[in-house]
Design a protein around this ligand. Structure first.
Ligand SMILES: [Zn+2]
Length: 225
């Protein structure tokens, strides 16, 4: 009475069922968002600067058994400690696109992640990487891959970071002590894929465009132009 179902047919039915299930879940997800039944739980955070100076030692050594003896205030969360926390959450990769980078504590974060095995890539500005106090040399000496804007005519003026390719940190903040402690600045942190994806593409574009292998070294005459 019942026809025996072949293994191939069974697998086909299973495949169709799986696709229908995935589409159903996606549709339900869209519908519940659309109707406002469910709030989007994806990370969205805004940080404003200047940030008061507090101790951030606990972020680097969370399991320390003795209290920190430094003179800075302890146990206070600030915009800066939140920013460090987001950066230190990196497990796999950290892509940085920064105009100016001279903040020692932020450099410590990047070196800490590099030593932890996180793949760090930095794209920076040609002129600003050479200013006194720039941390770019320190990062390079530690073995971190840094590329700079090859064009002499324009600045690489971005200030964004991608953590594990899924968390975007972007805003007006240069990674300098003045920006963190004195300036009025804003930083947005988001895991919204529609915002993260274009930044990933932009980073990759800049990373490839500034590959030194694709650029001939300039003669002294060309560089002086
Ligand atoms: Zn302390």
């Amino acid at each position: 009475m019942f026809r025996q179902v072949s293994f191939k047919e069974l697998m086909k039915m299973f495949g169709v069922g799986a696709v229908a299930l995935v589409l159903g879940v996606e549709w339900l997800d869209w519908l519940t968002r659309r109707l406002g039944f469910r709030r989007d739980s994806r990370l969205k955070e805004v940080l404003f600067f200047p940030s008061p100076q507090t101790c951030v030692e606990h972020l680097f050594t969370p399991d320390r058994s003795f209290p920190c003896a430094c003179p800075l205030p302890h146990g206070t969360e600030t915009s800066f400690s939140r920013l460090l926390g987001h950066l230190l959450s990196a497990c796999v990769s950290l892509d940085l696109c920064l105009f100016s980078f001279s903040h020692v504590e932020l450099s410590r974060v990047v070196l800490h992640l590099h030593n932890r095995g996180v793949t760090v890539r930095v794209v920076t500005d040609r002129d600003y990487m050479a200013i006194i106090g720039s941390q770019i040399g320190t990062l390079r000496r530690a073995g971190i891959c840094v590329r700079h804007e090859m064009s002499t005519a324009v600045h690489m003026h971005h200030k964004f970071a991608l953590v594990d390719g899924r968390k975007l940190i972007t805003g007006s903040l240069n990674w300098t002590l003045t920006a963190v402690q004195s300036n009025k600045e804003n930083v947005m942190v988001t895991e919204e894929p529609e915002l993260v994806r274009p930044y990933q593409k932009e980073f990759q574009k800049l990373w490839e465009a500034n590959d030194p292998a694709n650029h001939k070294p300039q003669t002294k005459k060309q560089a002086a132009k």
